[in-house]
Every structure is written in structure tokens, then in C-alpha cells.
Write a protein that binds this ligand. Structure first.
Ligand code: GCO
Length: 478
């Protein structure tokens, strides 16, 4: 049955059940075809929204904050597609109280945000900026006063520029620098915050920032990427050990980007191409922290990373996370390609496949999250999965102070059905955070792609809850 017919038959069934005295018999079917319910996921399931400091805070030079690589990058001509920058972003630095009140109004019980390293340590190491720490205390307190649980990401891509000037992730000393920063944050906030994520999507920031040069700091080259990646993987595990040592009761995770990857056709050359892409996109950092090493078997060219490894490093890559943060937006279809050396693989763009896409050009494919949950669940080392990001950008139109974002609402509902499907099959998925709370600065894309449940007029900084946000608030209220 086609999807649309399936929905139609659901409506018919629902109509019958309201007339029929045997309603309870139909209860199950009705539920399947009807709206989702929060209770379907169980009382302990975590619900939240996710954000990142650079994308929302603004105040990029206020109260002693040092510059980060994203401040430099977005203020460099030609780096951001729209010519915009994140200097003001959604001005969360000044509007946090109002935004957190809005979270409460929308019944959102968990709030994921990140700390800007250069706000608390302007030079990355050394002198501490008290005002920076104060700001995060205020944000945390504003959450706790309203019964909202804070979830903090320590590194969401905004490396202090002062550290980049010394080589950034390419300099092995970064492991020590990161440890110093983690130590400061944990000591400062452990009395108030239990949930910590060490890093956000290491694959994305190393590949986009150190291989392709399209994100900060704009560096290019395979060796730069591999070196930065190895140091990132070591810093991730070292960060985890540091938190554990200072705060044994902490709930420690890290977040990973992943896309369900399928070969164009079931032919050996395409399957092998898909495996190489999967090794880089999905497995690299995840398998390293799980103690499996780098996925060199799937992609032999990755063995070049060994050049940057010292004796003992293999063991240092492992850390036992309490939860793995799964972040999924789409799937990729991959084929063998003669024209892309080293990886010998190419993505078959959704536009070529004639499928529906989001404003980011990503295929709308909610089942990807189900497939990825099943894949994560097949690693015995993963104790618990939390979806720490999931969402979609579609063009939004503000009309009469309203935004009828049907596509986003449907996308989120379809994804949640897939999450529930996996959960019912025994996948240990225990939470779902929507990317994102308010529209914000979408990195090199500028402000154009809007992912929020809440619309932001970037001129006036006024917020309007979109229909998707109203639906989520209502869903959470039951
Ligand atoms: C990422 C980041 C977010 C993005 C989101 C939409 O995954 O890239 O965590 O900062 O804004 O994914 O692209």
C-alpha cells in the first residue's frame, strides 16, 4: 500500500472506531494510524531540543570573550555563502532568559547547548574569564529554576583562535589544551549539571574544516585531516577520562553524525565504494572510541593515519561512554567512481534521483534514523543511544505572525515513528532532541536554512513559535 493510501485508510478506521462499540478492539490499529503519543515512548524517554553556542549566542567580543575560529572564518570575505556572520546570531547571550522561559512554555524538559571555549578561556588556556563562566551559570540556573535539565556539549566546533594560531587540532598539544578546558568546566559546573557531551560530530568538523576547507579554520588536505582527526579522537577519549575522574557520577556521552549509506546497485564495486564512505562518515570516530581502532579494513587508504600515531595511542583512543549521541538527517546513495581518487566513490545526489529534499539539499528519508539505530544497536559496546540531533530545514514563511511549517512537522512525526519502530524492536534508544530550538546561524550556509521549532526574525530578534513547535509542545503536554 502506498503511504498516502495507508494514511487514508487510517482516517477511515478512526471514523469506524468512534461509531463502533468494540472500540477497544480497534484501539491498537487506531493508535498506529493516529497521532503519536509521548507515552508510547515510555515515561523515562528523554525529550529535548539541541543548540550550539556559535549558532545562537552572538556577543562575540563581549565581556572578555576571546575570538574563536568561527569568528575569524565568518568575518572573512567569501567564506559564508550569504556573506553573513555569527557576530550577533540569535543574541542568546542577552536573550537567554526569555528563550529559556519559552522552552518552559513549550513544555520542553531537556535543553542541549554548548559552552564557547573562548568565552571562558579567551586564549584557550591560561587566564580564565570570570564573566564567561558567570554567563553559563546564569543559563544553567535559568534552566534549573524552571525544572529544565541542562545537557552541555563541551566542544561544538568553536576552537579558540589563539589555539588555531598554534596549529589547532593539527598540533598534538591540543589534547592537553582540551583537557585544561574540560577540567575548568567540570570543576565549575559539576554541582549543577550531570549530563555532558564531550564533542559534537568530530567527522563533520575535521572533514569540513581540515580536509575540504569549507568550514573553519578553512584548511585543506588529506594529511591535515588525518592528523587533526587523530588528535581529535585522542582528545575525545582524554576528555571523557577527565570528566570521569573529576565527576564519577556524570552522565557522559559524545555525539556522532551518521547517514544510512546504500550502494546504488547491489554490485561489488558499488558495495565496496559504500563501505569506504561508511568508514569515513559513520565509523571513524565512533569505532575509535569504542576501542575498535580506525576502520582501516573497510578503507585501506586510511592507514596513512598511522604516520601520526605514537606508541600507546591505540589504547588511548578508547573510552567507555555512558551514552552515544546519534545525529542523523538523511541517507546517502553511493556509487563507485573513477573520478574521485583515494576514495573511488561518489554520492548520487538526491536531485539526480528525483527524490524530495530539504532546503539543505538533503533527501527527506525518515527511515534513515531507524536503519542507523539498528546499526548502532549492533555494537555490543554501546550501552545506550540518545538521538541528540534530528530535524529538517524547509523554507518558512511568516504570515500574520504564524508559520505553517507542515513539512517540518510531518518530517519530525515520520522520524519519531521510525524511532518507535526501532525501540519496539529492542534498540536501547532513550531520548530524542530536535535540532533545533530557534532558527539560527547555519555555519557556512548563513541564516538562510531554518531548522527551528521557533522562527526568528533576525532583524528584530522576535521569536514566533512555528506550527511544528506548537505540535511538539502539545505532544509533550500529554
Ligand atoms: C551539525 C551540527 C549542527 C547543525 C545541524 C544542521 O550537525 O552540523 O551539530 O550545528 O546546525 O546539524 O546542519
Amino acid at each position: 500500500m502506498k503511504r498516502r493510501d495507508f494514511l487514508k485508510s487510517g482516517i477511515a478506521l478512526a471514523a469506524i472506531t468512534t461509531l463502533n462499540p468494540w472500540t477497544s478492539l480497534f484501539g491498537k490499529e487506531k493508535k498506529l494510524n493516529d497521532e503519536l503519543r509521548r507515552s508510547d515512548f515510555g515515561a523515562d524517554f528523554l525529550w529535548g531540543v539541541a543548540t550550539a553556542a556559535y549558532q545562537i549566542e552572538g556577543a562575540y567580543q563581549e565581556d572578555g570573550k576571546g575570538l574563536s575560529i568561527w569568528d575569524t572564518f565568518s568575518n572573512t570575505k567569501g567564506k559564508i555563502k550569504t556573506g553573513e556572520n555569527g557576530n550577533i546570531a540569535t543574541d542568546f547571550y542577552h536573550l537567554y532568559e526569555q528563550d529559556i522561559a519559552l522552552l518552559k512554555q513549550m513544555n520542553i524538559p531537556n535543553f542541549r547547548f554548548s559552552i564557547a571555549w573562548s568565552r571562558v578561556l579567551p586564549k584557550g588556556v591560561g587566564e580564565v574569564n570570570k564573566k564567561g563562566l558567570e554567563f553559563y551559570h546564569k543559563v544553567i540556573d535559568a534552566c534549573l529554576e524552571r525544572g529544565i535539565e541542562p545537557w552541555i556539549t563541551l566542544y561544538h566546533w568553536d576552537l579558540p583562535q589563539a589555539l588555531e594560531d598554534k596549529g589547532g587540532w593539527i598540533n598534538r598539544e591540543v589534547i592537553q589544551w582540551f583537557k585544561e578546558y574540560v577540567t575548568l568546566c567540570i570543576r565549575e559546573f559539576k554541582g549543577k549539571v550531570k549530563n555532558w557531551m564531550i564533542m559534537n560530530e568530530p567527522t563533520a568538523f575535521t572533514a569540513l574544516g581540515y580536509m575540504l576547507g569549507i568550514h573553519a579554520p578553512g584548511k585543506k588536505g588529506i594529511d591535515k585531516f588525518l592528523k587533526a582527526s587523530h588528535h581529535t579522537a585522542l582528545a575525545l577519549a582524554e576528555g571523557g577520562r577527565t570528566i570521569r575522574e573529576l565527576f564519577p557520577q556524570a552522565n557522559i556521552g559524545s555525539t556522532f553524525s551518521c547517514s544510512y549509506i546504500e550502494p546504488l546497485k547491489p554490485k561489488n564495486k558499488h558495495q565496496k565504494a559504500a563501505a569506504r564512505i561508511e568508514a569515513v562518515m559513520n565509523k571513524f570516530f565512533l569505532e575509535a572510541v569504542l576501542g575498535r581502532g580506525y576502520p582501516i579494513q573497510d578503507f585501506p587508504a586510511l592507514k596513512r593515519i598511522k604516520k601520526f600515531m605514537l606508541p600507546g595511542d591505540e589504547d588511548k583512543l578508547k573510552f567507555d561512554l555512558d551514552f552515544v549521541g546519534l545525529q542523523n538527517y538523511t541517507r546517502e546513495v553511493v556509487k563507485y567512481s573513477l573520478f574521485r581518487p583515494v576514495i573511488w566513490a561518489n554520492q548520487v545526489k538526491p536531485q539526480k534521483r528525483g527524490v524530495e529534499t530539504t532546503e539543505m539539499g538533503w533527501e527527506v528519508y525518515p527511515e534513515s534514523v531507524y536503519q542507523m539505530l539498528k546499526i548502532y544497536a549492533s555494537y555490543p559496546e554501546i550501552p545506550k543511544i540518545i538521538i541528540t540531533e534530528s530535524g529538517a530545514s524547509f523554507p518558512d514563511k511568516l504570515e500574520d505572525s504564524k508559520i505553517h511549517d507542515e513539512k517540518r512537522k510531518k518530517y519530525l512525526q515520520d522520524v519519531l515513528k521510525q524511532v518507535l519502530r526501532a525501540k519496539k524492536e529492542g534498540v536501547p534508544v532513550q531520548g530524542y532532541f530536535i535540532w533545533t530550538f530557534t532558527d539560527n546561524f547555519e555555519w557556512a550556509e548563513g541564516f538562510r536554512p531554518r531548522f527551528g521549532l521557533v522562527y526568528v526574525d533576525f532583524q528584530s530578534q522576535k521569536r514566533y513559535i512555528k506550527d511544528s513547535g506548537k505540535w511538539f509542545a502539545e505532544f509533550l503536554s500529554k
